[in-house]
Write a protein that binds this ligand. Structure first.
Ligand SMILES: Cc1ncc(COP(=O)(O)O)c(C=O)c1O
Length: 478
């Protein structure tokens, strides 16, 4: 596709996409030529959320005119790339019926490289909940810069360890007694899997579940990363571990190391309010400013407390093996802390829509799903089959999948993403025929894999293979 900057006026509002471009310009695409025009003829229209890492509104926030011009050029490229990607995905999957999910391997690998680069030499531990496909986990683990996985249930951890992954850190406490009995009975599993603890009661549960198994259980302690102000009356961060101070952590470290059958090997502190909250939300300057202020205070406070916590725990256990921290949105900040030895990340591989708006990084959407157009209720509307795959977390529009390609489709506010059908509005609807594919991005990464049994692997404009998801392997851990 050719990119042309044009000063002429486009004929009507109907031909003007609802995506606002820099300097109040808007776009439409005709005859393989991207035109960028002023709003003089259409009179301007409301700003649509563009989503995607190439969101021009976000890119232009607070930049100089020279930088804006340069960035505008990137926007043209991005738009052309997206049209090319759509053509590529359509071509690659022409022989396949939707619904289907794909992973663009070039984008996936480039995102993996970027995580490693941002890690600055510290290994990346892959968060499995954000991938949920064993084949892709193996692909990532084969790359330089990745080491071990961060799993989400004990049953999953045992399954991964049995399949050959020899370094599995379970990131969340478990109450799965049967799985603890298996772990305690099997030297290979016990050597590979480390479980999360933040309370001596969890140690008691494990001991009660052992069922005679005498293997030493590897333990990691979790530090609460939340930012507390005004004597704890204001608190920012997920409610995870109760262990907030270095002293509390050292006390539990002592309990673990005194208790027979357990070995304290690591410390984890995940700052979700930094790593999982975008600091460049488009169209909401006040919120963006608030998030940035909060995050810089949180980073400062946590860096000092994490270092003190590691120091305190090392006093009890000098040969601590690792200190894990971070997530996709904070890789380089967390890696810069001397106390941290490894970074956890997963979402950055698929780059779902919730990771579009960060100043610290951008990547390429690598996991998409396609839904088929099944009917055309009227002008400017198509209906696709399925689509109601909201992501977990506090409900909101940002939890919905993003209608991604073709650009310019949006939900009907009355219906949003439906259980078995989803109407989509916008000018591109009129170019879609029954049987065409509409491509979506999930709001979160691994949850997509709970909806599809396999991921088609796209290289260039061909599907070169497919891999079963956890679901495709008959595994539903949560
Ligand atoms: C303990 C822990 N570490 C790291 C992450 C970051 O994972 P991701 O990079 O997929 O956002 C998470 C996500 O929830 C987490 O729970």
């Amino acid at each position: 596709m050719r990119a042309v900057v044009s000063a002429h006026l486009h004929p009507s509002r109907a031909q003007c996409h609802p995506t606002r471009f820099p300097f109040g310009a808007c776009r439409f695409v005709s005859d393989n030529t991207l035109l960028v025009e002023s709003h003089a003829a259409c009179g301007g229209h409301s700003t649509g959320r563009t989503g995607g890492s190439g969101n021009p509104a976000r890119r232009l926030a607070g930049v100089s005119r020279a930088a804006a011009l340069w960035q505008a050029a990137q926007v043209f490229d991005t738009t052309a790339d997206l049209a090319a990607d759509r053509a590529r995905y359509d071509r690659a999957t022409a022989h396949l019926d939707a619904p289907l999910a794909l992973v663009d391997l070039e984008a996936f690998d480039s995102n993996a490289d970027d995580l490693v680069r941002r890690g600055g030499g510290k290994p990346i531990r892959v968060a499995t909940k954000s991938v949920r496909c064993r084949g892709l986990l193996e692909r990532v683990l084969a790359r330089n810069g990745f080491a071990g996985v961060l799993s989400f249930t004990l049953a999953e951890s045992l399954w991964l360890a049995r399949s050959g992954i020899d370094d599995v850190l379970l990131a969340y406490p478990s109450a799965d007694r049967a799985a603890f009995a298996e772990l305690a009975a099997d030297p290979k599993l016990a050597a590979a899997v480390t479980v999360m603890v933040d309370d001596p009661a969890q140690l008691a549960l494990i001991d009660a579940a052992r069922d005679g198994g005498e293997q030493e259980i590897r333990v990691c302690l979790e530090l609460d990363t939340s930012l507390r102000r005004f004597g704890g009356r204001v608190r920012v961060g997920a409610r995870r571990s109760p262990l907030h101070s270095p002293t509390q952590l050292a006390d539990v470290a002592r309990s673990v190391s005194r208790r027979k059958g357990f070995r304290l090997v690591g410390l984890m502190a995940y700052e979700g309010h930094v790593a999982g909250v975008g600091d460049a939300a488009p169209g909401n300057r006040l919120r963006t400013r608030g998030v940035r202020l909060m995050q810089s205070a949180a980073k400062r406070e946590l860096a000092a407390r994490r270092a003190a916590a590691v120091h305190a725990v090392r006093h009890v256990v000098p040969d601590l093996e690792f200190v894990n921290g971070g997530g996709t949105g904070s890789v380089q900040h967390t890696a810069a802390e001397d106390a941290v030895t490894e970074i956890a990340a997963g979402s950055g591989l698929f780059l779902p829509r919730l990771f579009d708006h960060y100043t610290s990084f951008s990547g390429r959407p690598a996991a998409l799903f396609a839904l088929p157009v099944v009917r055309r209720p009227g002008v400017g509307v198509v209906t696709v089959l399925g689509g109601g795959y909201p992501a977990s977390g506090a409900p909101g529009r940002d939890r919905l999948p993003q209608p991604y390609l073709p650009r310019g489709l949006r939900y009907d506010r009355q219906e949003a993403a439906g259980e078995v059908q989803t109407p989509l509005l916008g000018p591109p609807a009129d170019d879609l025929l029954v049987g065409d594919k509409v491509w979506f991005r999930h709001a979160k990464a691994g949850e997509l894999c709970e909806r599809f049994a396999e991921l088609h692997l796209v290289e260039g404009d061909r599907v070169t293979g497919s891999l079963p998801t956890y679901r495709g392997e008959g595994r539903t851990f949560l």
